[in-house]
Write a protein that binds this ligand. Structure first.
Ligand code: DMJ
Length: 588
């Protein structure tokens, strides 16, 4: 007789028992009524469907858990831990979600960047592997640019289009010294060939003085210093002369923001009367260097005049500068916002670097820098709730505090570390204090990355000051983009060089992997619109030239064991990461 027990007691595919089972089953089936048969078929169908639904739910849950685990871990447990806490490193090692399955195809329904072409970034890798990995990133960015945007300013790596801001091949110029430093010989030769045979500055175009100085002049100067190749000196002089009218044609010592490369016609921005203060105070390292190498003081005189004017100008608040300045009147715009973010950032960066550039001989820059850091601490620094992250906020209209921090501010940790090291003997207490402040700010910048699901920082972060809220970091919907910016990596680089703490290298490695995972596409690397949703990052289809000029260069240097590769006591990096030599005096 057929029984449940008989049925379940058939563990092995023994032919005799199988036969007798099938025999008894078929007899039972034949004896069953039509209604019983229908019922059995229905039960079998329902069982098969349930098994299928259950197993697909399980695998979906497993995948979600794998992708979200580290974010949850970070949110729950790791915010309190200080830089010296080893657990941070463990948590950071776990910070990146596992690689996506290999069978994700190009053109899959997922709106995100395509997974299939993402390289496998190993979670654990030796320093030389990390460095080699970054070289691979550079090669990938370069080959996409070369294939789809050669000679144009920026690549759109998804649509394979390009844009021209100045029409000078900005990505090539920004990338030159990175290629050279990474010893990517073939790529470097392609770039040099472009400069030698294709690049001309004799163009009827209006360019932004600041952007053209830091990217184009800065690059040509660096390349000249690194290679001694006269090609770059000639190009540096050419572009320097074409930019100079922005400074000399202005009715005040404050330069116009824009200048035509062919006609020398200079003017304020088309959209408003004022220049950003960061722009007019972040051209000095480059023009001074041009004077040092040519022996012609006209470049240095022009930019020193701007610095002196801003130094003397009324309207600062404890060393903090309002963000707008007018080239006609020479004055700050009253009641402008005080910030270390956009439109003011590199004013502070260049104060300390100008002092460094001439071997610590121009104390006016150091004095202004020290005063500014005191001002930053007095008016802009705050601690978030509940975990006391040190943020650098803003004073809106010069008076109203806001706990808003741009990613751009994240250069500050590195600059404080650099200044601190150089002030060790001269001002030991200040040095220690600046190092602590820089450390805290850099930890906050790391949190901006580590607290998002993608492991990439948003463009702007707000810090919580409300006791009732349990999250320190607030990201507003319109601030969720990541433009492949370098500032946090830049600070990791300084801290690695100056403290030898490998924690910064691990933090940098996490960021590199996140760029690889969420920004890499077939044509290069893309900015993304939403760092808060790892399933829908909304690629923006733009690869900024500073990704090659700065972000990848600082990553490469971060993973270099060789402190003699561009040592910080011999080279000062301009704000676009182009290294210039440190001199022993300001004499030309
Ligand atoms: C770069 O052009 C420079 O680092 C500049 O100082 C700020 N903006 C970009 C990178 O974010």
């Amino acid at each position: 007789m057929y029984s449940t027990r008989d049925h379940t007691a058939i563990p092995l595919p023994d032919s005799a028992t199988s036969k007798s089972k099938s025999f008894s089953l078929s007899r039972t089936w034949k004896r069953a009524t039509r209604c019983q048969k229908n019922l059995i078929v229905l039960v079998l169908c329902l069982t098969v469907i349930s098994i299928f639904v259950y197993s697909s739910q399980i695998s979906k849950l497993e995948k979600e858990e794998a992708e979200g685990l580290d974010f949850v871990r970070k949110k729950k447990g790791d915010q309190h831990k200080g830089p010296s806490d080893e657990n941070v490193m463990v948590a950071v090692d776990l910070d990146i979600a596992p690689d996506p399955p290999q069978n994700n195809k190009v053109g899959s329904k997922e709106k995100n960047v395509d997974h299939n072409i993402r390289a496998n970034a190993p979670v654990q890798a030796s320093m030389s592997e990390r460095q080699e990995f970054v070289r691979g990133m550079m090669r990938h960015a370069w080959s996409g640019y070369k294939k789809y945007a050669w000679g144009h300013d920026h690549l759109h790596p998804i649509t394979h289009k390009f844009d021209n801001w100045f029409g000078l091949g900005l990505t090539i110029l920004d990338a030159l010294d990175t290629l050279y430093i990474m010893d990517l010989k073939e790529e470097y030769q392609e770039a040099r060939e472009f400069v030698a045979n294709k690049l001309t500055f004799d163009k009827d175009i209006d360019v932004n003085l600041f952007e053209c100085t830091i990217r184009v002049l800065g690059s040509m100067l660096s390349m000249y210093h690194l290679t001694n190749d006269k090609l770059y000196l000639d190009k540096a002089v050419d572009i320097g002369d074409r930019l100079l009218p922005a400074l000399t044609k202005s009715p005040s010592p404050v330069p116009y923001s824009d200048v035509n490369l062919r006609t020398g016609n200079a003017h304020a921005p088309k959209w408003g009367p004022d220049s950003s203060v960061s722009e007019v105070t972040t051209i000095q390292l480059e023009f001074r260097d041009l004077s040092f190498i040519t022996g012609d003081s006209k470049y240095k005189d022009a930019v020193d005049r701007v610095s002196k004017h801003v130094h003397d100008l009324a309207g600062k608040k404890d060393g903090l500068i309002p963000m707008w300045i007018n080239a006609r009147t020479g004055n700050f715009r009253p009641s402008a916002t005080l910030t270390v973010g956009a439109r003011a950032d590199s004013y502070y960066e260049y104060l300390i670097k100008l002092w460094v550039q001439t071997g610590g001989t121009e104390s006016v820059y150091l004095d202004d820098y020290l005063e500014a850091v005191r001002g930053i601490e007095k008016h802009l620094i705050g601690l978030s709730i509940p975990n006391h992250f040190t943020y650098v906020g803003e004073l809106l209209n010069g008076v109203n505090p806001s706990a808003k921090m741009d990613h751009l501010v994240c250069f500050l940790g590195g600059s404080l570390a650099l200044g601190s090291r150089l002030l060790e003997k001269k001002l030991p207490e200040v040095s220690k204090h600046h190092m602590d402040l820089g450390t805290a700010i850099t930890k906050t910048c790391h949190e901006m990355y580590a607290s998002t699901p993608t492991g990439l920082s948003p463009e702007i972060t707000y810090f919580n000051l409300n006791e009732a809220v349990k999250e320190d970091v607030i990201v507003k919907p319109l601030d969720r983009h990541n433009l492949l910016r370098p500032e946090t990596i830049e600070s990791y680089f300084y801290f690695w060089r100056l403290t030898n703490s490998s924690m910064y290298r691990d933090w940098g490695w996490n960021a590199a992997q996140a760029f690889e995972k969420y920004c890499k596409v077939e044509g290069g690397y893309t900015s993304i619109k939403n760092v808060m949703d790892l399933r829908n990052t909304k690629p923006m289809d733009k690869m900024e030239s500073f990704f090659l000029g700065e972000t990848l260069k600082y990553l490469y240097l971060l993973f270099s064991d060789d402190h003699k590769l561009l040592p910080l006591d011999k080279w000062v990096f301009n704000t676009e990461a182009h290294p210039l030599p440190i001199r022993s005096s300001s004499r030309i």
